[in-house]
Each structure stands twice: as structure tokens, then as C-alpha cells.
Design a protein around this ligand. Structure first.
Ligand code: SF4
Length: 444
């Protein structure tokens, strides 16, 4: 069986689950199209570029193999797929694990395999062994005007806390050192379950954001929170960060700094004074790293609103920032808003925004030179290593380059003395231990 996984970390988790199930039934994953009897393509349908990429991937699999099953976000709109690729065997939607597995059974019946229970207990993961995504819910109750995820994935459906914690524990037992908590709206976790209580390690926890952070903080690994919104109850997690129960890191998609644009975007918590919140968080936890994404050139964005965004960014001093130029997504409410911003203006604002963000990032990273940081090593090559500090999420943030990596291996902890910084990354060397320069690995 061949498997092509596209899209965001949430889609990656779907792929992992499908692969876990199929591997547990004895299916082999083939690295080439030619060696596969059937190919599953997990698609993304978030923006038009992702739709094109998904349609191309399906076309390639059909050309190279001929027997293709499609799943994922784009599968929620099967007509888009079938109109271009009528030969696909089956189309299923997002998080339709059983349906995909059923389609594989139908087109490639499982072989009896006496050793299926040799499957590692954590299942099959597509991330390196030392970190894993932990999906706590599906769907979203918000209705941001630029987004069609709720239409594709439905309203919020949270996993009960006991189930999430069992999975987290399994992953940690299997060697995971960093858990990345993901969902569409992590701070809303459990609202659909009315915060139903559960039990884990003999303690009562509710299925709610703060209890989840507390419970995950008991696992003794790095816990990184993604897609959190600045609701007032998020304040409660900051003391856990100051105590390093969870990483002092918050990924909050602010999207804009102008209240009027945020209102047009119909963002959750758009009326909250986010700057006051950011200042209070930093006071309580000075090492807090804040990452965010923004959209520039949203319909109707005036030069004055854009200037508000730049001023907001200057004051918020975010550590990590990503930015998109607004592009209409088929079916999104924002498409009907008046005064779309011309592409050349979007381009110009994007460049100004990124330049400002890079200056802030460079200044904040320069302040780390001379400090010692704990680093988790991702790769080792040619005598040097690339790792991440608590301020860096994999794939989206910067890295720490370690010169003369010695005996370090992927997944090791290292204490690193920071010697240099550029706009996004740090450079360092292994911190001397007992007067000698050698790797220090620690169990946190
Ligand atoms: S919070 Fe907004 S942008 Fe995020 S998934 Fe929900 S509707 Fe989409």
C-alpha cells in the first residue's frame, strides 16, 4: 500500500491513525508507487493552492499506480475530485478513518499476518520518534469569515480527557519527548462535552483546557500548546508555564491587530484587549515565547488599519510570526466583503510586515546570546546537529544549530551555550560539563 499525506499537522494525525490501523492489520507501506497495490492520498482543501496540490498528487498516483483511494479535507467536496479524476476508486472525507480502512479492505483484502502484534505500541507516526502531535478535538464552533473549516469539518467535537491522556501516556512510553497539542481551537477544548469529568492516574480531571494542561504537565515531557485563543481563562495556564509544567510557549493565531479588521474577520475574542493580556502574561512568565500568524490585505483593509497592525506588532513584540496575503477561499463569507485589496498593495504590506517582524525576532534572539538553553536534537549531520529550544516548534519556528555535536543523536537532549543569532535561528556549542566539552543529556 502506498500513502501520500498532504496538509496541516491535523491531517498528519489523521494519516497516522489510518496507517496505525492498516499496519496493525498487516498491511505493508510501500515507499514507491510501483511496489504498491493501492495508494491512499490524504488531501488538503484549505486554500486554493492546497486544492491544486492535492489534485496534482491524485493525478500523479493515478498515473504511476492506477488504483487510488482519496481521503482528507478535499474529500468533503468529492465533485471537485471526480470531475478531474473520475478513475479514483473511492473518495472519503476528513477524519473518516473507518471508511478509508473499509475502502482499502474492499480493494485490497487484508492478508493473514501472524505477527501483527509486533506493531509498536504508539502506532505508526510520520513524525520523528521523539515528538508527536496530540489531536484533542475536531471541528470548530467559530465562524471566521475567511475560513471554511467549520463547513468542511463541522462543529467542535472534543475527545474526552481520559482518552486524550491515555494516548499521551502511550506516546511518552514509546519514547516521545515532546507533545504538540493541536486542534482548531485548543482553548475551547471540552465546551461541547460540557467539560465532562474523567479520571487519570486516580485523579479527577475535567475535559477542559486548564485541566488538560495540568494533566499533560504530569508526564515529564515538553508540552507545547498550539492554536490557543486569548480568552480570559487562558490566563490560568501561565503559572503552569512559569513552573515549566508545560512549555512557556503559546501559539495564538491573532491574525490582525486592528479591532475593525478583526471584527470583519469575525475572529473569536476580537473585542479582547490582547495587548494588555500579552503584557500581563509576560510579566507573570518572562520567558514566554509567543508565536502567531497574520493575514494582510484582508478585504477592506485600509492603510490606517494596516498601520494599526504594525503598531500592535511593535507593542506586542511577538517572538515568532508567520504571515499570509489574503486569498479568497471558495465558499468563504469574506469573499463577499467589499473593497478587495489589490495584489500589489497586498505584496507591499506583506513585505513591510515581514520586515518589521524580522527586526523584532532578530532583537529578541540576540538577547539570548550568552545564555544556556536546553535543546532537543532533531537531526545530526556531518558532525553538527540541528535542534530546538523550548521556544521553537518543529517545522514552523527557528532552530538551534549546534557546532561539533560530538556523540549527540537524534532525539537527545543537550545543554547548549548560545554563541550567535540571526533573524530566526540561533547557533551554539555544547555547554561545558565538568570542565570538558561533551554532550549533556537530561531526562526532564
Ligand atoms: S477558529 Fe476560525 S480560522 Fe480557525 S478553524 Fe475555526 S473558523 Fe477557521
Amino acid at each position: 500500500m502506498g500513502f501520500v499525506s498532504l496538509g496541516c499537522p491535523k491531517a498528519l494525525v489523521d494519516s497516522e491513525r489510518i496507517l496505525t490501523q492498516l499496519r496493525s492489520e498487516g498491511y505493508e507501506v510501500s515507499p514507491t508507487y510501483e511496489a504498491a497495490d493501492v495508494v491512499v492520498v490524504n488531501t488538503c482543501g484549505f486554500i486554493d493552492a492546497a486544492v491544486d496540490e492535492s489534485l496534482d498528487a491524485i493525478g500523479e498516483a493515478l498515473e504511476q499506480n492506477g488504483r487510488v483511494i482519496v481521503t482528507g479535507c478535499l474529500g468533503a467536496r468529492p465533485e471537485r475530485i471526480l470531475e478531474r479524476h473520475p478513475r479514483v476508486l473511492k473518495v472519503t472525507g476528513p477524519h473518516a478513518y473507518e471508511e478509508v480502512v473499509g475502502a482499502v479492505h474492499e480493494h485490497l483484502p487484508p492478508r493473514h499476518e501472524p505477527f501483527i502484534d509486533l506493531l509498536p505500541p504508539q502506532g505508526v507516526r510520520l513524525t520523528p520518534r521523539h515528538y508527536a502531535y496530540l489531536k484533542i478535538s475536531e471541528g470548530c464552533n467559530n465562524r471566521c469569515s475567511f475560513c471554511i473549516i467549520p463547513a468542511m469539518r463541522g462543529d467542535l467535537v472534543s475527545r474526552p480527557i481520559t482518552e486524550v491522556m491515555r494516548e499521551a501516556e502511550r506516546l511518552v512510553r514509546a519514547g516521545v519527548k515532546e507533545l504538540l497539542v493541536i486542534s482548531q481551537d485548543t482553548s475551547a477544548y471540552g465546551a461541547d462535552l460540557r467539560y465532562a469529568p474523567g479520571e487519570w492516574r486516580g485523579q479527577r480531571y475535567e475535559s477542559r483546557f486548564i485541566d488538560l494542561a495540568r494533566a499533560l504537565g504530569e508526564l515529564g515531557v515538553w508540552v507545547r500548546l498550539h492554536y490557543v485563543y486569548p480568552y480570559p481563562h487562558v490566563d490560568k495556564v501561565i503559572p503552569l508555564m512559569a513552573e515549566r509544567r508545560v512549555l512557556p510557549y503559546l501559539d495564538i493565531p491573532f491574525q490582525h491587530g486592528s479591532p475593525s479588521v478583526l471584527k470583519r474577520m469575525r475572529r473569536p475574542a476580537h473585542s479582547v484587549d490582547t495587548l494588555a493580556r500579552v503584557h500581563a502574561w509576560r510579566k507573570a512568565c518572562p520567558d514566554l515565547t509567543l508565536r502567531s500568524t497574520f493575514i494582510v490585505g484582508f478585504p477592506g483593509e485600509t492603510e490606517a488599519e494596516f498601520a494599526e497592525l504594525l503598531a500592535w506588532l511593535d507593542e506586542a513584540q511577538l517572538d515568532r510570526v508567520g504571515c499570509f496575503k489574503y486569498s479568497p477561499v471558495e465558499g468563504a463569507a469574506a469573499n463577499t466583503l467589499a473593497a478587495h485589496v489589490p495584489p500589489e498593495v497586498q505584496e507591499e504590506r506583506y513585505a513591510r510586515f515581514m520586515q518589521r517582524a524580522a527586526q523584532i525576532s532578530a532583537r529578541r534572539l540576540a538577547a539570548r546570546v550568552g545564555r544556556q538553553l536546553q535543546v532537543l536534537v532533531d537531526t545530526v549531520e556531518g558532525g553538527s546537529a540541528i535542534g530546538r529550544s523550548e521556544a521553537d516548534a518543529p517545522q514552523i519556528d527557528g532552530v538551534v544549530r549546534i557546532e561539533a555535536a560530538g556523540t549527540l543523536r537524534e532525539g537527545d537532549w543537550a545543554q547548549v551555550q548560545v554563541t550567535g543569532a540571526d533573524a530566526y535561528d540561533l547557533t551554539g556549542r555544547l555547554a561545558p560539563a565538568d570542565g570538558t566539552r561533551r554532550p549533556v543529556t537530561t531526562a526532564r
